[in-house]
Design a binder for this molecule. Structure first.
Ligand SMILES: NC(=O)c1ccc[n+]([C@@H]2O[C@H](COP(=O)([O-])OP(=O)(O)OC[C@H]3O[C@@H](n4cnc5c(N)ncnc54)[C@H](O)[C@@H]3O)[C@@H](O)[C@H]2O)c1
Length: 262
């Protein structure tokens, strides 16, 4: 028996990386999942692999209509919506205030905040009525950058801090019917891209950084987690076991550099 048997979810950015691992895990736990992502070929691949347990919608999280289209599919095809997982995001590759020209900074802010913050806000708006009906749950993907500097530059760090603000405000506004929580992973070797305004739309984090090596050397647990290693907290938050959790973040970023024992 799966921990999410008979439930349905929407996952944004579910065609790659962490989102894809969440989709696979939710399906393995008995959920049916609608995936909203902008990358069509990966959505087709996902449909072929996971079959009838998933529906896909090619779209952009910056659009309210695309978010509400995903929720409508869950209502129509799966009989309701129990969990909305806002996860699609982009990174700023640590570009700094000083080294980024002002006009580039302004355009990159608009682009990155539109995905990382407006995307979550519009997803929440699109899902709210369905989640109220089902006493469902909203779960957002944050990052170590929601709490600390240096997980990106000022744009990414500010966007994840803003998303933490959404968790707190929406947990307050949508209570008591809807629980709102988040998961904060640390670095992951995925295809995470950047804003076109910074010339980073076609660059992935894995090309730019030896992320697994950095994690093995500097994270508290000296491990480089795979996206699949990060899915447990999402299952917990979407399950009955978390029925008393709201406004909280499960921080699995394992950041820190404890001294090595001699
Ligand atoms: N990779 C890391 O090191 C890391 C660390 C902490 C947090 N995160 C967070 O994890 C989340 C997932 O990122 P990932 O690392 O799996 O990256 P990824 O690029 O592998 O997956 C992100 C997915 O989101 C989709 N997407 C991006 N912009 C979109 C848009 N406007 N509309 C619809 N879909 C869009 C992409 O097509 C992609 O499939 C993000 O919120 C990211 O900030 C990642």
């Amino acid at each position: 028996m799966g921990r999410l048997d008979g439930t349905s979810a929407v996952v944004t950015g579910g065609a790659s990386g962490l989102g894809r691992a969440i989709v696979e895990r939710f399906v393995a736990e008995g959920a049916r999942v609608v995936v909203l992502d902008r990358t069509k070929v990966r959505l087709e691949e996902l449909s072929r692999e996971l079959g009838d347990a998933v529906r896909t919608i090619a779209g952009d999280v910056r659009s309210f209509e695309d978010n509400s289209g995903a929720c409508a599919i869950a209502e129509r095809e799966f009989g309701g919506l129990d969990a909305f997982i806002g996860n699609a995001g982009i990174w700023d590759f640590g570009r700094s205030l000083i080294d980024t020209p002002a006009h580039v900074l302004a355009d990159a802010f608009d682009e990155l905040f539109a995905v990382n913050v407006k995307g979550y806000l519009l997803g929440a708006k699109a899902a709210a009525e369905s989640l109220r009906k089902s006493n469902g749950t909203l779960i957002l993907t944050l990052s170590n950058a929601a709490f600390f500097p240096a997980g990106g530059g000022p744009l990414y760090t500010a966007s994840k801090h803003a998303a933490l603000g959404l968790v707190r405000q929406l947990a307050y506004e949508l209570a008591p019917e809807v629980r709102v929580n988040a998961v904060a992973p640390g670095g992951l070797a995925t295809d995470l891209r950047g804003p076109g305004a910074l010339g980073l739309a076609d660059t992935s984090i894995t090309e730019e950084l030896p992320i697994d090596t950095i994690l093995r050397e500097h994270s508290a647990l000296r491990t480089a987690p795979e996206p699949a290693d990060c899915t447990g907290p999402y299952v917990l938050l979407a399950s009955e076991e978390a029925r008393t959790f709201t406004g909280t973040v499960i921080d699995i970023s394992t950041f820190g550099t404890p001294p090595r024992r001699q």
